[in-house]
Design a protein around this ligand. Sequence first.
Ligand code: 5RP
Length: 291
Amino acid sequence: MPDVDTSKEEKKFYEDVPMKTPGFFLKGSGSLDWGMKNRLARIFNPRSGRTVMLAIDHGYFQGPTTGLERIDLNIVPLVPYADALMLTRGILRTTIPPASTKPIVVRASGGPSILKELSNEEIALDIEDAIRMNASAMAIQVFIGGEFETRSVHNMTRLVDMGLRYGIPVMAVTAVGKEMVRDAKYFRLACRICAELGAHFVKTYYVPEGFETVTASCPVPIVMAGGKKIEVLDALKMASNAIQRGASGVDMGRNIFQSENPVAMIKAIGAVVHKNLSPDKAYEMFNDLKK
Ligand code: 5RP
């Protein structure tokens, strides 16, 4: 068994030296096939290299989440403002108009509800169905340190193998158990494992201390997960900090759809992500749009 990393040397992440991206605008994606790159270029805007994904897949384990009770009424009007939608195939087929050309990141794992151990997931989607739905990527949870860590990692690697066969990228979502410490050390570990084992991009949480080391040590793009609803200005600051520290976008849910004005919020987040607008200016923008 290999030794764990016990070196006393300080780790060097070279946070201020961006990784070169020969062959394609996205980190670590230059050697992918054309179809894979084309799908990634639907999700990530090639001009900014970034994305604002709208996450509305919460129902796959927690049912009708606040703000998602009626996706037809609350979410469909928001779709034009997102760069991509992250959702389940059930909501896609029942509720999202097929005439929408928004790129789809389809939830590909599931199993336990909030009443059970969440890390006990399985792959819950056939690759053929992802192709049928014209998915631009598939999303799967990875529970590093969780009770069913190995199963969730193998779910991801099997999905990556299927995705590679047909040119559909996989987004690994680093899911954190309630009892686990959410710090840069944990997210460096989780994100790096996902990338090493084949994820094409990784969704992870922002941490105020050392987030730049999480992005620097992950050789594929990272998108920031939103987390529970916080004050508008705080959410804008979090998104801005994540972007300035190396994230390639956000995949936010509750801070957008639980906002008092979801359209204003997603537009303000978009300006932070794609135009580097400062959080204060984006907050002004939010308030103006709200009027
Ligand atoms: C579940 C997910 C969700 O899509 C995502 O984390 C929810 O978004 P938010 O936290 O911003 O409401 O991946 O684990």
